[in-house]
Design a protein around this ligand. Sequence first.
Ligand SMILES: C[S@@+](CC[C@H](N)C(=O)[O-])C[C@H]1O[C@@H](n2cnc3c(N)ncnc32)[C@H](O)[C@@H]1O
Length: 246
Amino acid sequence: MFDTYAEIFEKRAHEYHHAMKASPRARDAEFNAVLDPIRDAGPGLVCDMPSGGGYLADYLWPGMDYVAVDPATDFFVEWPTPRRRLVAEITKVPLAVGSADYIVSLAGLHHEPSLERVFNEMHRLLRTGGRVVLADVAIDTPPAIFLNGFVAANCPLGHDGRFLDGDTRPALEAAGFTVVDDRLMEVPWSFDGLEEAGEFCRHLFGMTALTAGETAEAMGREIGFDMATGRPQLGWVLRRIVADAR
Ligand SMILES: C[S@@+](CC[C@H](N)C(=O)[O-])C[C@H]1O[C@@H](n2cnc3c(N)ncnc32)[C@H](O)[C@@H]1O
């Protein structure tokens, strides 16, 4: 039987979490990029959906409350006590209308079959004037080709991402949002060496039959490392959309 992505992540969560714990700074650029559009905004509740293991919370500052939403329960095994979490589909979040000031969604929308339903739910959750920041892989970019190609071929659970495309922005606008920024952003993954890069990626994407060397070689070939600083920077690129609730 076909597994939904939530079921696949239930199986993959431990590996993903292992990678994030072993290289906790590798994706700093991504987390900072999704928080930059609310950095100067007032205090409030940030809803992170889908959150994975709630990694975004480590990047928040005093005054920001946090709630994590994810359908895969295995992400919530190791959870610092004051941090709030909800096991739920991101189309059906058990929070009241207008209860969130900000919504951040990083690297999870490409698993979602109906963006229309997600955007409607985000609009329900946000107060009027509240802000959503989406960042995910964009169609036809090197990360998209790597995920649906190399990762799909080497992860036993496959990878069938539906990446952000020309329909994304109109869907967001139809759900009641005004888009204030929409761009491709370089958010390099940063490592101490190629061994760490390969190790991170093979765990993050569940390709544990491969060696770190084989994985790093594919990352370099398909996405590319910048070695100018002497520390490998993988050329990861995401599309970031910032929109305010009307
Ligand atoms: C690549 S992780 C991203 C997690 C986190 N935002 C991060 O950047 O590390 C994708 C997340 O999507 C969740 N997910 C899987 N299927 C989903 C679905 N149908 N709708 C929403 N989220 C889903 C998974 O449980 C997982 O936490």
